[in-house]
Design a protein around this ligand. Sequence first.
Ligand code: PLP
Length: 369
Amino acid sequence: MKVPLLDLKPQYAAIKDEIREAIDRVCDSQYFILGPEVADFERAVAEFCGTRCAVGMSSGTDALLAALMAIGVGPNDEVMTSSYSFFASAAVIVRLGARPVFVDIDPVSFNLDPEAAVSRITPRSRAIMPVHLFGRCADVAPMMEAAEAHGLVVIEDAAQALSAKDEAGRRAGALGQMGCFSFFPSKNLGGFGDGGMVTTDDEELAEMLRVLRMQGGAPKYEHKVVGGNFRLDALQAAVLRVKLKYLDGWSGGRRANADRYRALFEENGLLDQVRVPEDVPGHVYNQFVIRVPDRDRLREFMTEREIGTEIYYPIPLHLQESMSYLGYKEGDLPEAEAAARESLALPVYPELTEEQQRYVVGTIREFYG
Ligand SMILES: Cc1ncc(COP(=O)(O)O)c(C=O)c1O
């Protein structure tokens, strides 16, 4: 049996007519960049997240970059973020000439450890960037408290977490001063190409983000600040607007699959070898990531049996070659390093069948048996 890590085709088949209609509407309008489709989608995302504003961006990376630019992060500034994340979380800090301060993770949630983050605040700190990794909200409240006390800004890297909620039931994107989302096709709300969004309650920041995404021109051709081309396409917004209606349902499907995996791992007596993600409310499982001994050999074994898996992420950010100038060495952030050695993402997309999940868990049992 083949079990891909992600299969987007069944999702598309279920809503194909609606999507085609939305694409046709944009084609008929010949209005391709920003405009009413983007404005409509921004309103919908703001309402969905419970924030006053949402500003469409060209990608999750550009959303993070623009958020840092909007608060004026630059040389000599420090920004704290998790060492166990996608590379963009750190790259945007470096691109502005600022210094990423890598913080270790909590080994259970995979998210940046709030106490460790707060302990690294210095007079140069400008922002804390928690990442809601794999679709589970980071514990943002202690970071917000410390940020207020020290005049910092909390920017959520919520690229993997649209529709996730924290323990109090608040949506990712509404927990810090700004929330940054990605609509890369493999995200829970995936576009037909790149796209991103910044959510915020702060009207002034939102206005600055709108200016930054248009090369910093306001009014047009007058540039008091330098921005970039960070605009969201109308075609992406139209597609994403259709899909947003289904997002909570899809997230429910992912949660149900995660529950079934937990039950199957237990049923198969695998909980000594396999550490499964904790069952927390509000987790939307953009990835279902287990921790296992002998991970690389298990992955090979599963690949041979046509099961798609992925390693998110094999090298923690503080050990990336491009970050070597920062002076981190192996052993500095042991939890991030252990996670990089042991983690393995399994298929968890909403349309995955019970039979496929049984095959995945049965194959893992075969390996350890
Ligand atoms: C945690 C995290 N941050 C940032 C990004 C960057 O998003 P994008 O690929 O849309 O630029 C991604 C996704 O790829 C991500 O997973």
